[in-house]
Write a protein that binds this ligand. Sequence first.
Ligand code: NDP
Length: 282
Amino acid sequence: MSVWFITGASRGLGAEIAREALARGHQVVATARDAEAVRRAFPEASGSLLPVTLDVTEESTIRTAVDAALARFGRIDVLVNNAGRGLVAAVEEASDAAVRASFDINFFGVLSTLRAVLPTLRAQRSGHVINISSVGGFASAPGVGLYGATKFALEGMSEALHGELAPLGVNVTIVEPGGFRTDFLDPSSLHTEPHVIDDYAPTAGATRTALAGFNHLQPGDPAKAAAAIVGIADIAEPPLRLQLGTDSVARVEAKLDLVHRELAQYRALALSTDLAPVNHPA
Ligand code: NDP
């Protein structure tokens, strides 16, 4: 039995991960901007569930939630950084405020939560950090470049964290979901910008239209994603990255193919830029 600490557990993937972890007999600290939303989502709540208020943009709420988790369960084994929001706009269309707000939740919110939880995992010399990124954190596309930037930042940080924490007995996994049927594309979650530039209608505009039409029609099953995510915490050497969904696998494969092709095509040029080797006198 492990103690799970999950952000954004009021609905969507976070709530499903909490439900799956509870079903497997784990203890769960289900945090949300409004703990009442967790209580409503889990009316049958047992003593294994601790609903706590935590807004990832408010450091004091993170500290309070971690203290409550430790007071109740004495340890934290798995941290799931799940809270996040989408942003759809061409790079030039998005306001500075919207981009910073996205980074505040999707990147700095994770960083603040890590600072609050990692001292416990390091002291235990065990634990697992699961950072919910996106396929958009590995391969970007018109209209979602700035959302993707928040998740690219998350992935870059997570790769380094993986190397820093491995010697201390703590695992790190990045999860890259494709489209999963949650409220993610709903106006209650997805941020769209009022400022639209006609020149981007065939690119970012097309993405905006497609995503609106895709709301609550995504192919991915959040309950199956939750089962996969809870399952990887049982693996002795879990993966650094886990793709979820056929769409995610296809986009990651396409990106890897492109990178391989370009690397091969421009290999000679890439290798031509070192300084000439220095011949040291014998
Ligand atoms: P939902 O919109 O259904 O859920 C988002 C969750 O994040 C809600 O619980 C929401 O809380 C919470 N949240 C938002 N802002 C904050 C905040 N400041 N502090 C704490 N919690 C916050 O979307 P998903 O469940 O799909 O999204 C979960 C994660 O999965 C996100 O990181 C998203 O980027 C990622 N993802 C989702 C995909 C999908 O297709 N569903 C695809 C790729 C990645 P509240 O109820 O209070 O708003």
